[in-house]
Ligand binder design. Sequence first.
Ligand code: APR
Length: 241
Amino acid sequence: MSDIVQVAEMLRGAGRVVALTGAGMSAEAGVPTFRDGGGVWKNFRPEELASPEGFARDPLRVWAWYRERRAGLARIEPHEGHRVLARWEARFESMAVVTQNVDGLHHRAGSQRVFELHGRLDETRCVACECRIVGLDDLGPDPRCACGARMRPGVVWFGELLPVDTLEAGMELARQADVCLVIGTSGVVYPAASVAEVAKQGGAAFVEINPQPGALASIADVCLRGGAVEMLTKLDDAVGR
Ligand code: APR
């Protein structure tokens, strides 16, 4: 039995499915990954660009990087793999995406049950008050709030707490899952990666979809060695509508 057929069997028998996605899920839509190939962290240190300390040290440099990423998002679209996961919300009793990605592509593909652990690039917030700006408009090189304070990206930086309710909801979905698909993540960043571990401990069948083994491959029941688009479209065909 091919791995695709085996995973399709798992999905056909499943009521509750959770997908934990990482940067590799968006790679084929044109969003750079962080740690593989020419990933972002090959050229920059995360602490410099994705931490409160980095922002305090050089806010203009950090904002310039996010401004460039936001501009890039305005030029890309979700791919068929995103759309398969969105369609599966009607196919399974419970289908949810817990994502580390901040690109909003799952929402744009039509997924309603999306738990964004690391925030959103299309949110910008004041460092001092509750003011938030939603959207990908160019806010210029040094956006300021009406209160005069600087604005920062609405994402979770290294060393910052994840949104507690979102993380808890993702963990609960993982605990209850029959199948957990771990798609396009190196699985090295916590607590996001523990969503997959909690699913495994809860008895879910654990499937990794990744051209390369991630850190969680050792606890996977099946590893589909390929890209998100190819593997999700093949699974969608095999599972049937
Ligand atoms: N399809 C599926 N997986 C892919 C594809 C693809 N087309 N292309 C690459 N990958 C895999 C890589 O093999 C790698 O394992 O995607 C993974 C990307 O790993 P990372 O770049 O480490 O991204 P991610 O796991 O999401 O990083 C987690 O780290 O920098 C922080 O906050 C950031 O959310 C991010 C977190």
